[in-house]
Design a protein around this ligand. Structure first.
Ligand SMILES: Cc1ncc(COP(=O)(O)O)c(C=O)c1O
Length: 342
């Protein structure tokens, strides 16, 4: 394990670094145990476990930040707890009490406090809760033993480009989620299927895929790990919630900030990829816990490229980034009650 003093918090990427402590809770005989903090480490699992054979697993992603005054902040953690339970239900796994979830998250963060990057580094302690079918199974059905783990990793920006625009490729070959499927649940299976498309698009020089809907192959869904926004006809537009996109907590927050703080008209609707190639679309960005707000410099479909704003972050994108990160870092007043202090 790397000691905190040996970590260069100013040059972190989004890579795994082991921290000291994790939280573990087991579900057996129809109930959760009390759960406890233990040293981060490996554990045994049956080769017949449900998660290894059938992918019965979910996760969450959240961040703890250091404010200027040294306080540790979480951003809307109860929303992650609620989404965790939504995902658990979809994958036929037991829910975890919201209060216990928040308590466990705070305990793990506190125990790994030395790994939280300093305020001026722009980094964060990424918090990763996971829940999976632990017990052995043979037929395709749920197991009755589950394990919940919460661990942490110090991180820098998700996209190494930082607050510079990324280049996205619109795919007409791969889709991420279909109606009636598991797109809006944060299940591990949704992500395994995006690894090959992501690798291929990176080889072609793009940061990620911008996925289209699986039925018409026309409407924007989301980026591999972030939600999509565009400024179209001077309105802030984002794909509506159809059950196939992951309903991001950052997405929800951006919609509130855009209308309440910037007075923008917002639209949650079907957005055809063709709109991104028209002059009426002047800016685009994507949002997520890891991606924060990442400007989109260009989108490309089958060799045809649209560059936004000469590859520079647009005015609205910059303003949204400034407001969101200032709230998250306690630089301005949290008038929406989104911040929870550890
Ligand atoms: C597929 C996908 N879309 C969107 C998001 C953004 O969600 P949030 O803002 O809650 O982090 C994420 C990240 O969690 C994601 O994995």
């Amino acid at each position: 394990m790397v000691k905190p003093k040996d970590i260069d918090f100013y040059s972190l990427g989004f890579n795994f670094i082991e921290t000291k402590t994790m939280f573990v809770s087991d579900y057996k005989d129809g109930k959760w145990d009390k759960g406890k903090l233990v040293p981060f480490g490996n554990f045994e699992i049956s080769p017949a476990s449900c998660v290894l054979n059938y992918g019965q697993g979910i996760f969450e992603g959240m961040k703890a930040l250091k404010a200027k005054n040294g306080e540790i902040t979480l951003f809307r953690p109860e929303e992650n707890g609620k989404r965790f339970n939504f995902s658990a239900k979809r994958m036929l796994m037991p829910e975890y009490s919201l209060n216990k979830f928040l308590d466990a998250v705070k305990k793990v963060v506190k125990a790994n406090e030395d790994y939280i990057p300093p305020y001026d580094s722009g980094g964060a302690l990424y918090i990763r809760p996971i829940l999976f079918g632990y017990g052995p199974i043979l037929g395709v059905a749920s197991t009755d033993e589950f394990k919940l783990i919460i661990y942490t990793v110090p991180v820098g920006p998700y996209f190494p480009e930082g607050f510079k625009g990324i280049d996205l490729e619109i795919s007409k070959r791969y889709t991420r989620a279909a109606p009636g499927g598991t797109g809006s649940a944060k299940t591990i299976c949704n992500y395994a299927g995006t690894m090959l498309p992501a690798k291929e698009t990176k080889e072609r020089g793009y940061a990620q895929i911008l996925y289209l809907d699986a039925v018409m192959m026309e409407f924007i869904e989301e980026v591999g790990t972030a939600n999509f926004f565009g400024i179209i006809n001077n309105k802030l537009a984002t794909p509506r919630k159809t059950g196939t996109i992951l309903e991001g907590i950052t997405r929800e927050s951006i919609l509130v900030l855009a209308s309440k703080k910037l007075g923008l008209e917002i639209e949650e609707r079907d957005i055809s990829y063709e709109e991104l190639f028209e002059d009426s679309c002047t800016e685009a960005f994507c949002t997520g816990t890891a991606a924060v707000i990442t400007p989109i410099a260009s989108v490309t479909l089958e060799g045809k490229q649209r560059v936004f704003n000469k590859r520079e972050p647009g005015e609205t994108t910059k303003k949204m980034y400034e407001i969101l990160t200032s709230i998250q870092r306690l630089d301005i007043k949290d008038e929406f009650g989104w911040i929870v202090k550890v």
